[in-house]
Design a protein around this ligand. Structure first.
Ligand SMILES: Cc1cc2nc3c(=O)[nH]c(=O)nc-3n(C[C@H](O)[C@H](O)[C@H](O)COP(=O)(O)O)c2cc1C
Length: 355
């Protein structure tokens, strides 16, 4: 099919259709999904968090095992596509710098970085041609990043992702506001961020994320002024998504009211699918932790009610009794597992209809 939505341009990269597949950890978006998405002209993103089997090795190997697993995933993705591959790295990770350096060393096309402000990111990349894309939840956050990068590194972001509160995984808003539906609307955030992005020289492309589910949503945000969208939830229900089929099945089985907000040891709220494990942690029950790796800068294993790294890793391996599944508000709308090609073709033809 002819694909003629406006292309997303990130420096010298052309993304068409203008869709970024959101990085999804732990072990949800790896080389298989990223390469399939990149083969359609979009950006495929490997989530760098917890790729190594850290659960089964001594803590002293935590950093190296995750670096090597990331390296292997990037190489595998490259062997499957000539398209654009990015890595998602969360600022909150204690091994953030070494994951970024590994991705840069492997010649990654772009780094997407949220769960905190990536104020030092350009330092880890040096003069390599790697596009740097922060994820923000306000115009203020973008201003802070730009001021700091300009002053310290004479650099601006190559694009910015604005993530609203309907997203899956960790959400950059106050827990209570998210639970009560008081977090700002993505539409308003986009307009606010566009004002800042358009005042910069060169202008920074703005990408909308969080609750973008179908072609109509894509058209809506493009018409509002976004240059592209980032989508996570929708890509979980694809053949190529690397996660265990039990994980995908929780999406297919979910009802609207099963999408709930939890408190994460990352220090942010997160959106997950209701389960026994989720109900336990919501009601204040704790799950015993023995931590030898300290993966999060923000987590104190002595007081954390559960280990989120292990819970997410268990879910990714299909063991949903000892873990839980992150998902966006629209996960309950996923009705079948389709190929990435079919999904993207559908999204594009729908979006074109509404443009
Ligand atoms: C299962 C899952 C895991 C995620 N993991 C990460 C992550 O590791 N890092 C990150 O920055 N965002 C993460 N996200 C957010 C996505 O990258 C994406 O921005 C978001 O899901 C967009 O909203 P949508 O799911 O409504 O499309 C995750 C989302 C999901 C659903």
């Amino acid at each position: 099919m002819e694909k003629n939505l406006p292309a997303l341009r990130i420096g010298d990269l052309t993304v068409n259709p203008p869709i970024i597949q959101g990085g999804m950890g732990v072990r949800v978006s790896r080389s298989g999904l990223a390469a399939a998405v990149a083969n359609e002209g979009c950006v495929g993103v490997i989530a760098s968090v917890g790729l190594g089997k850290f659960e089964s090795v001594p803590g002293s190997e935590f950093v190296s095992i995750n670096n090597e697993a990331l390296r292997a995933e990037i190489r595998k993705a490259r062997s499957m596509t000539k398209g654009i591959i990015g890595v998602n790295a969360m600022v909150a990770l204690s091994n953030y710098e070494s994951l970024v350096r590994t991705a840069v060393d492997e010649g990654i096309d772009l780094i997407i970085s949220g769960a905190g402000l990536p104020l030092e990111l350009p330092k880890f990349v040096g003069d390599k041609n790697v596009k740097l894309i922060p994820i923000v939840s306000s115009a203020r956050a973008l201003k802070i990043i730009c001021n700091k990068w300009k002053r310290n590194f004479n650099k601006l972001p190559d694009a910015v992702i604005v993530e609203g509160s309907k997203a899956g995984g960790h959400i950059g808003y106050d827990y209570q506001d998210v639970v009560e539906g008081k977090a700002p609307l993505l539409e308003n955030l986009i307009l606010e961020v566009l004002e800042v992005a358009r005042s910069l020289e060169p202008e920074v492309p703005v990408i909308a994320a969080g609750g973008v589910f179908d072609g109509k949503d894509i058209a809506h945000f493009l018409k509002l002024g976004a240059s592209g969208v980032q989508m996570g939830t929708r890509f979980v229900c694809t053949d190529e998504c690397d996660v265990h089929e039990n994980f995908k099945k929780t999406y297919l089985d979910a009802e609207k009211e099963d999408l709930v907000i939890i408190k994460s040891p990352v220090g942010m709220p997160g959106r997950a699918i209701r389960s026994k494990f989720v109900e336990d942690i919501q009601s204040g029950k704790t799950k015993p932790i023995s931590c030898s790796f300290r993966c999060l800068k923000t987590c104190d294993p002595k007081s954390a009610p559960y280990c989120i790294a292990k819970a997410l890793a268990q879910a990714a391996e299909g063991n949903l009794d000892d873990g839980f599944v992150f998902a966006g508000t629209n996960a309950y709308r996923c009705k079948e597992i389709v190929s990435v090609k079919k999904l993207i073709n559908e999204l594009v033809s729908e979006a074109k209809e509404y443009m």
